[in-house]
Design a protein around this ligand. Structure first.
Ligand code: PGA
Length: 243
């Protein structure tokens, strides 16, 4: 079931998302957080850092699982999702390094690393899974056509995703990795609660596909129609086709 909240600005979207995240943390100090990369969650991460500094909210007992990681770049690459998460969040809160899980995409056998990640996350239930949405309707790197029963696997990035992400790679699509280790749709769907944030007009079609179109792997986010607790926070531009 979707609860859709529409805000005027990115800042308000981030603050609203923080309220949802904080309610989970307040209820359970050893919460399992599913975290996401991308531009959209950065405002939420800034709110979490500010709250940690000002109010002392602790992440000492929190466990985190990230959604995905590029294959073919080293873990310490400036654009790896491991680096992103440390730079945008983990370096500023007190979550112990050994509580942090980011899929490993730099190994000899990414398929085996994907399977190991799935086995690890299966030992837990994610209390809240944060998601962005791709302009092609993907959640994590589950591109159009990915089956709804997929678990953590090695995915081929869609050309539209490579084009979207080349802004981080000197605007050069040839530098963007073409594969990633990603949680599957079934992995994501096991989370108790989902928090999806989307802003900007380039997300409006994907948001429509998720909320209003018939469920289909053409827009993998539409799988969330079957989840019982999904909070979707949008700005007006992203909500333009569903209002
Ligand atoms: P973005 O990415 O937040 O950078 O737009 C979202 C996504 O691709 O999931």
């Amino acid at each position: 079931m979707f609860k859709v909240i529409i805000k005027d600005t990115y800042d308000e979207v981030s603050k609203e998302a923080f309220k949802v995240m904080k309610a989970v943390l307040d209820e359970k100090k050893d919460a399992v957080l599913g975290l996401a990369t991308g531009s959209t969650p950065i405002g939420l991460y800034q709110e979490m850092i500010k709250d940690h500094k000002e109010n002392g909210t602790s992440y000492k007992d929190v466990i985190t699982f990230n959604l995905d990681e590029y294959v073919g770049i080293p873990q310490d690459h400036r654009e790896s999702y491991y680096t992103f998460m440390h730079k945008e969040l983990f370096d500023y809160i007190d979550c112990p390094e050994d509580h942090i899980h980011v899929p490993y995409g730099a190994g000899e056998d990414p398929e085996a690393d994907a399977a190991a990640y799935e086995a690890e996350i299966k030992k837990y239930q994610v209390d809240i899974q944060l998601l962005g949405i791709g302009s092609d309707g993907h959640i994590a790197f589950n591109e159009p056509g990915t089956p709804f029963d997929s678990e953590t696997h090695v995915a081929q990035l869609a050309q539209s995703t490579i084009d979207d992400n080349c802004r981080f790679f000197d605007n050069d699509p040839s530098q963007v990795p073409t594969k990633a280790v990603t949680q599957g749709i079934a992995t994501i769907m096991r989370a108790k609660k989902i928090l999806l944030v989307a802003t900007g007009a380039n997300k409006a079609d994907a948001v429509y596909g998720m909320l209003k179109a018939e469920k289909s792997t053409d827009c993998t986010a539409s799988a969330l129609q079957d989840h019982e607790d999904v909070v979707v926070i949008l700005d007006k531009a992203a909500a333009a086709k569903v209002n």
